[in-house]
Design a protein. Structure first.
Length: 238
């Protein structure tokens, strides 16, 4: 898939702290107390703001539960098979081959994700998609590859958000998160100028959203085929 155009150069302090929390959770039984927020923050060695964001990430991944009051604190959460699957993906070594495999699997899931979006998207969902399409258009006009990439990622995350599948949705979002945290750049596979690549990708995504809004299955499948044509290559930090 020709997806994104520039990205974060390294895993953030927030992500490293979230990974440290995940390591602690894997070492203990569900329901075991990890400690207070202050104790865990000091163990992670980050600021209050960074830790609070890392804690939100850990909670979103189903890793920890917060219990207020006396005897409260942070506890290892019981994890469903789906949560364990997502966390196992996030724990994959961040070498180039692993990230490339994550991209390959994410790309393979795109047709199913986009097809489902045509059936499950409400008018409000479509309005959200169009907001990201507008952001992509602005990025093309400004030749801002970083903004284009993030709007592209966000659009696909919104497609996933409406998906009812308890398997597809978390798997896809986890793969996207993994890819985002390791992407340095996504470059054209040939000599085509990056501005042309951005313009082409914008037009395909805008047409995809129109077809989703119209539930035009034939047009959507043709656009999915065009969407899947590889015109960029991803460079990661691994």
């Amino acid at each position: 898939m020709a997806s994104d155009l520039m990205g974060d150069g390294a895993v953030s302090r927030t992500e490293r702290a979230a990974q440290r929390i995940a390591e602690l959770v894997r070492e203990i039984e569900p329901g075991t107390r990890l400690g207070t927020k202050t104790e865990l923050r000091e163990l992670c060695g980050v600021s209050v703001g960074t830790f609070n964001e890392a804690l939100r990430v850990a909670q979103a991944r189903g890793l920890v539960a917060v219990r207020p009051g006396p005897g409260g604190g942070l506890f290892a959460a019981a994890q469903s098979p789906t949560v364990r699957l997502g966390n196992s993906i996030l724990s994959i070594d961040d070498d180039a081959s692993s990230i490339a495999d994550a991209i390959r699997v994410r790309d393979a899931l795109d047709p199913l994700l986009i097809t489902d979006a045509a059936w499950y998207s409400s008018p409000a969902d479509v309005a959200g998609y169009r907001t990201q399409i507008a952001a992509m258009a602005d990025a093309v006009g400004a030749l801002d590859a970083d903004a284009f990439m993030h709007a592209n990622w966000r659009l696909h995350e919104l497609f996933a958000a409406v998906n009812p599948s308890p398997i597809l949705k978390p798997m896809y979002l986890t793969l996207v998160e993994m890819i985002k945290s390791h992407t340095v750049a996504v470059l054209p596979v040939d000599e085509q100028p990056i501005a042309e690549v951005m313009t082409e990708r914008y037009r395909i995504h805008a047409a995809l959203v129109d077809a989703i809004a119209d539930r035009d299955g034939d047009t959507l499948q043709d656009l999915i085929r065009r969407h899947s044509v590889k015109t960029t290559t991803t460079r990661t930090r691994a």
